[in-house]
Design a protein around this ligand. Sequence first.
Ligand SMILES: C[S@@+](CC[C@H](N)C(=O)[O-])C[C@H]1O[C@@H](n2cnc3c(N)ncnc32)[C@H](O)[C@@H]1O
Ligand code: SF4
Length: 343
Amino acid sequence: MKESQGGGLHGRSDLIDPFGRAITYIRVSVTDRCDFRCVYCMAEDMTFLPRRELLSLEELDRLCSAFIEMGTRKIRITGGEPLVRRDIMGLFRSLSQHLEAGTLHEMTLTTNGSQLARFADELASCGVRRINVSLDTLDPGRFKAITRRGDLDRVLSGIDAAQRAGLSVKINVVALKGVNEDEFESMVRWAHARSMGITFIEVMPLGEIETARVDQHLPLTKVRARLARHFSLLETDYRTGGPARYVRVGESAGLIGFITPLTHNFCEACNRVRVTCTGRLYMCLGHEVAADLRTPLRASEGNDLLNAAVRDAITRKPKGHDFVIDRTERKPAVPRHMSVTGG
Ligand SMILES: C[S@@+](CC[C@H](N)C(=O)[O-])C[C@H]1O[C@@H](n2cnc3c(N)ncnc32)[C@H](O)[C@@H]1O
Ligand code: SF4
């Protein structure tokens, strides 16, 4: 599927930013909690938010529905791990009404896969068609080391269940220097043999964690050059309005995506905003520009205040991001964890 710049996923939106970009895609984090503690994402000993800070499922439903009314056509549910939030299927079920009505075109999910075996059928019955599963290695020991507490077999069974349920699965791999770089070729073969796309993500400087980012950072130019020794990588004009660039592998016809926020600017076609699990609207993953939507949500039952806050916020969407790994301070450029903003 190809999206046009500014016009967003499928044309019209009420939400047009100062640079003419139509905001048609929201990513919503439904929890900051997770059953894993991936080394690049979370500290071993995380303190999670008190529950009262989180939007309730009803508030999340209201918020998403308001965005849909203002022109959002695609919603990605993320986290933390979205499938560990209690009764999360209620939100999917409720939002599926917008899919049936045709006002929402796509509802997707980013997940670590640990709960997929349980929820795959229900997700499919709620109208979810495509999901992203994050998986950085196919080696059980490494998987345990990266996620600190995950079980690879469980995730693989989850992927099986998702494919059996008819969901199209894309694998997201964070490229980690000295950790999983020797597996990229085999992971591409594995994914494509199962008709799954695969996307490599560069580590982003978000959130304070123990390991210094510069030690993990592996430029995707190197990943791509290495893959090019094993596969013919054909340029495509396939775009999703986001930071990924895709190539097609001649031998398998499968896609490989590269998300390189640190080395490339991808902002000119940006059609998305993010909402955290506490109802903060972030206009850009790499900026602190944000708006509080929880207060207007809780201030009244009607949506006038909420809609006004969203419209006002969109006028402040920055032109582009500003990621830097500070090599002297070793501090993240943006102090938020990805698990708070949602990936
Ligand atoms: C924050 S997770 C949330 C959804 C779900 N728990 C998962 O892992 O897919 C979303 C994505 O962000 C990625 N991610 C987390 N921290 C990152 C970082 N510092 N740099 C790059 N990607 C990161 C994860 O690998 C995952 O693909
Ligand atoms: S990347 Fe996803 S699975 Fe890993 S700790 Fe972060 S939220 Fe959890």
